[in-house]
Design a protein around this ligand. Sequence first.
Ligand SMILES: Cc1cc2nc3c(=O)[nH]c(=O)nc-3n(C[C@H](O)[C@H](O)[C@H](O)COP(=O)(O)OP(=O)(O)OC[C@H]3O[C@@H](n4cnc5c(N)ncnc54)[C@H](O)[C@@H]3O)c2cc1C
Length: 384
Amino acid sequence: MADRSFLDWPFLDDHHRRLAAELEEWAARELHTIDHDDVDGTCRELVRRLATGGWLTHATARPDADPAHPLDVRALCLIRETLARHSGLADFAFAMQGLGSGAISLFGDAALREEYLPAVRAGRKIAAFALSEPEAGSDVAALATSAVPDGDHYVLNGIKTWISNGGIADFYTVFARTGEAPGARGLSAFVVDAATPGLAISERIRVIAPHPLATITFNNCRVPRSHMLGASGAGFKVAMATLDVFRATVGAAALGFARRALDETLRHTMQRKLFGAPLADLQMTQAKIADMALAIDASALLVYRAAWTRDCVASRVTREAAMAKLHATEAAQQVIDQAVQLFGGRGVTHGEKVEELYREIRALRIYEGASEVQRLVIARQTLG
Ligand SMILES: Cc1cc2nc3c(=O)[nH]c(=O)nc-3n(C[C@H](O)[C@H](O)[C@H](O)COP(=O)(O)OP(=O)(O)OC[C@H]3O[C@@H](n4cnc5c(N)ncnc54)[C@H](O)[C@@H]3O)c2cc1C
């Protein structure tokens, strides 16, 4: 296995080290056979297994948590990194339980937390995060789904697309325009049960690394006022604070994919004979391996720096999380590409792990803020 010395870094505590060791053992035992043909069934099964293993307790706010730090972001990152190294779908199943319920962990009142978080932890409810729309992806302020008050309800109309877990989720955290002010200041967040009349899955979307993904339509969908997260008009803040936490964990997942690519590369280049010697003996191979190892360590430093800062120093880590996501996802793409190159023809063959990683990594540079958006965020924070 690739270098594990990062576990000794001062960003982590001893309970994180124990967590990483226990999860490693669990993942090796539980995740060696993953069915990629039935992604809905597999994700449901993975959520069940992650709940039974106790791992989903880390995806939601602990009942006794300090309100300023409801989530242990270092634990989230370690879990995503480890799961991604073993299975992209297992990481996806874990991550969506966290992201889909993240706004409840961070902004939910006692009633919403009690209604949803224990069920998410136990794997009884599958969660999803519904922000993007056909005309509002990077430009969140353009979102058009409306939520109009009507008695003790809001009535939602509009379309959300690219929604992970769309089709298998039991509830969605939905962002809609309530109109308190123009643009980003006129949005609110709601918890919407999948069974609510008027909510329909209008299209299932197939992507290069298959996982449950859908377009959702809201047609006069009535949601109780009590299901609003945070204040009316504070939806953009709810979304950004949730992404602040989970962006660093996207970097952690990319790191896990990159570490797996390096593991595969080391095994392959030491076994594969070329010109009478192992491929690893060639200096051009060694240069690639050095670049891969360096990129991985730099990503790990940025990911665990962001997670530690959120856990121990600051309530918002916009700059650190953007740097972690940007660097780790871009670097992982390059590391995996190098791995594919070193595998030769096998590298692009279905069934090879590096071919799967090549498909898995791509979307991470687009979702939860594309790389260009992360650059803008970092530039804004740096300028001032
Ligand atoms: C696999 C997958 C899963 C997803 N899951 C979810 C989910 O669960 N929930 C959810 O709400 N959304 C989800 N999304 C949507 C995702 O967040 C959006 O795709 C993303 O925000 C980009 O929006 P867009 O696709 O509309 O692209 P656009 O906003 O049209 O952007 C297109 C491209 O333009 C470039 N760009 C963007 N901004 C700038 C800029 N300022 N300057 C220069 N270039 C720029 C970027 O390269 C970007 O990729 C998912 C997407 C994918 C692919």
